[in-house]
Design a protein around this ligand. Sequence first.
Ligand SMILES: Cc1ncc(COP(=O)(O)O)c(C=O)c1O
Length: 345
Amino acid sequence: MISGLIDLSSDTVTQPSDAMRKAMAKAPVGDLQKGEDPTVRKLEEMTAELLGTEAAVFLPSGTMCNQIAFRIHGSPGDEVIMHAESHPAHLESGAIASLCQMMIYPVSGDRGLFGPEDVRAAMRPNDVLYPRTRIVFIENTHNLCGGTIWPIDLIRSVCDTAAELGLARHLDGSRLFNASVATGISLREYCAHFDSCNVALSKGLGAPVGSMLAGSKAFIDEALRWRRAFGGAMRQAGIIAAAGIYALEHNIDRLAEDHANAKVLAEGLALIDSIDIDPTSVETNIVLFDIARTGMDVPRFMSELISRGVRMSSYRGTKIRAVTHLDVALADVKKAVDVVKEILA
Ligand SMILES: Cc1ncc(COP(=O)(O)O)c(C=O)c1O
């Protein structure tokens, strides 16, 4: 977070608070690869308990969680069914191809969602001509589609169908805390439908580093090998794991504030004539809006924002993305609306 800037470019820009830094400074640590870091062990146990899984492992990033899950559930040449706008399809440097040597079968659907019939249609026939379909991947909330929450009944029907077809089910829950706080549906209830899931500590929860990959004991044992192989096995990682523990203990419920602020932002933007946005589509902390009708191009809009102390990010064409988080207050989102008004006046 750049000082003085209202930074709505992502929920990854948060600064660790003083209390979080204190927890990090006093964390007992040890060599993680020898299984001797007590703080990491505590974080992994807390996470498994929260998500209702047998085990969990601390990893440096959400990207590594997804790639390790793909690598365990599938093999080179296999295919993963996912929404066309999913994070691994666009924002993981092609790792599913380069690291896992696997393919994506992209399915489309409104706002990052798809149904059991899409899974059946995407399933490859058992014939040497085709890749083997092995995994169904769901992103909840859905990042590029604007923080969409997957309805639990849809999750159930997609995952039941996947299980019936013999497919593994992986949940990218980088923002699952947001979904859970917004719906009141527990993390455990969401995760129960999947073979593996990951949650991020470094997004809405405000920790500086890390994601947790969770699943059965056998899955996590295998993940430990891939963590090492992918270069994610750290040493005295308790220093950063302590921030994760702090985040789990203090920063989950407050996500409701981010959701309320995102609503205020969306409703304010909706009052500006030339901006296209449906505030009712804002379910969590991500606001997408379109500036096509403003007559201003995206680079100019962005630089006008920055020159007035507000940062957002651009997302394909004329879509702009603004994300609320723990370093953004209600007054900041109100100011951001005023700045957009001023730019377009
Ligand atoms: C849905 C989703 N999955 C995975 C990731 C990757 O997380 P990381 O940046 O920690 O690799 C992100 C990051 O924004 C994300 O939004």
